[in-house]
Write a new protein. Structure first.
Length: 403
């Protein structure tokens, strides 16, 4: 195999004048460690690859030109010593992060060898691993610039298979349990890593929005099948644009994709509150049709426009989500509390569930709980994550509140 030149391997990868996402290569024989590191590094902004054997690492380094190599200690010092010598021979210009306590003689010896060989050795990452210590270890490599808008065409992402769904759980305030989650689309871009929707979601009129919507529906149902086996019944919510729901064929296709399974308790379709009001008659008709297929409509990001729903004679919407701008800081803002209480009164009068969006502080959590919200969603409990991580780190453990 022909290797890239030293200059090609060590120069920064750029998009115009912007530095692109850093790359990390993980070498560890433990699949759980590899999975945890890959997911955690991706959330920090890295593009990752992994291998189970140290012997495979040099070839992968040649192919991917990483900024960071994470080297596990599970195969022993001899293999790690060999890898360091190989990387030094290739004049590897990135950083190397060893897994293991810094006071272990073997780890200290390997780090000293790397330094003698001229390699960039980071302080070892002690086990057991946690996200805070990982972030601290790789802080100097974290991206400091956001990707350009847009970094990738949606049609390209669909055809290349870069789209993915991540899930943010909703917490039931009565039981403090998690039995529902919102699906949020992401792109796994080969140069920019995990790209959030703010950088690629097209306008409603864009023809690719239909392809994006169809992906969201199909993937959410596939993920539900995985979740119900791995954890048990869970209600999922997806976001769909008005233009998709305006098409009768699209609505019928959505209905026909619902699982015929005893554990399927329904799918929520979240529609932006402002857009819903502009198309109220249409969405009422859609809500009436889809509810026969265990699909309900949720009013998303509702705020000051709540007053427009007061005189609605027929209210076919199952859920009202209060916009985060009325939740953030509500513990100290009486005006926000007044608006929230009025929306809660509306929801109570029509039998709709209420969700407080964007809860990030304990004070706001206590405030929305005392006001009488049914559920909360926000970074205080969990950030969006892949379905497998949702099962492993959230659904399988007692609820904890992040600090």
């Amino acid at each position: 195999m022909m290797c890239a030149s030293t200059e090609e391997k060590t120069k920064s990868v750029t998009f115009g004048h912007r530095k692109m996402r850093p790359r990390a290569c993980i070498a560890d024989s433990n699949p759980h460690v590899r999975t945890w590191l890959a997911e955690s590094l991706e959330e920090l902004g890295f593009i990752t690859c992994a291998c189970s054997r140290c012997d495979d690492l040099p070839e992968i380094v040649d192919q991917n030109v990483p900024d960071l190599v994470v080297l596990g200690h599970s195969e022993g010092s001899a293999q790690e010593t060999r890898v360091l010598n190989v990387l030094a021979g290739r004049q590897f210009g990135g950083k190397i992060l060893l897994l293991g306590a810094h006071d272990l003689p073997a780890i200290a010896a390997i780090r000293d060898l790397g330094s003698e060989l001229g390699l960039g050795m980071l302080p070892p990452l002690a086990t057991p691993l946690n996200e805070l210590s990982l972030r601290h270890s790789v802080a100097q490599l974290l991206p400091v610039q956001e990707p350009p808008t847009p970094p990738v065409d949606v049609a390209e992402a669909v055809s290349a298979g870069w789209l993915a769904l991540w899930y943010q759980p909703k917490v039931d305030l009565r039981t403090l349990s998690i039995d529902s989650a919102e699906a949020l689309v992401r792109i796994r871009h080969p140069a920019w890593g995990i790209v959030p929707p703010a950088y690629f979601i097209p306008d409603d009129s864009d023809p690719h929005f239909r392809e994006l919507s169809e992906f969201v529906i199909h993937q959410a149902i596939e993920d539900w099948r995985y979740l119900v086996v791995a954890h048990g019944p869970i209600e999922l919510a997806i976001n769909l644009p008005i233009d998709f729901l305006r098409d009768p064929d699209s609505v019928r296709s959505l209905c026909h994709q619902m699982p015929d399974h005893a554990a399927f308790h329904g799918l929520l379709v979240e529609v932006n509150g402002t857009e819903l009001l502009r198309n109220l008659t249409l969405i009422k008709d859609v809500a009436r049709e889809v509810r026969f297929h265990n699909i309900a409509i949720s009013i998303d990001d509702l705020g000051a426009e709540w007053t427009s729903f007061r005189d609605t004679a027929y209210f076919p919407f199952a859920e009202i989500k209060v916009d985060r701008k009325f939740i953030a800081g509500c513990a100290e803002d009486r005006l926000k509390q007044v608006i929230c209480r009025r929306i809660l009164e509306l929801a109570d009068s029509v039998g709709a569930r209420t969700v407080a969006e964007g809860v990030e502080t304990r004070a706001d959590f206590l405030c929305v709980r005392d006001m009488g919200f049914d559920a909360v969603q926000g970074f205080l409990f969990a950030k969006p994550m892949p379905a497998k991580k949702l099962v492993r780190t959230v659904l399988s453990r007692p609820l904890t509140i992040a600090h």
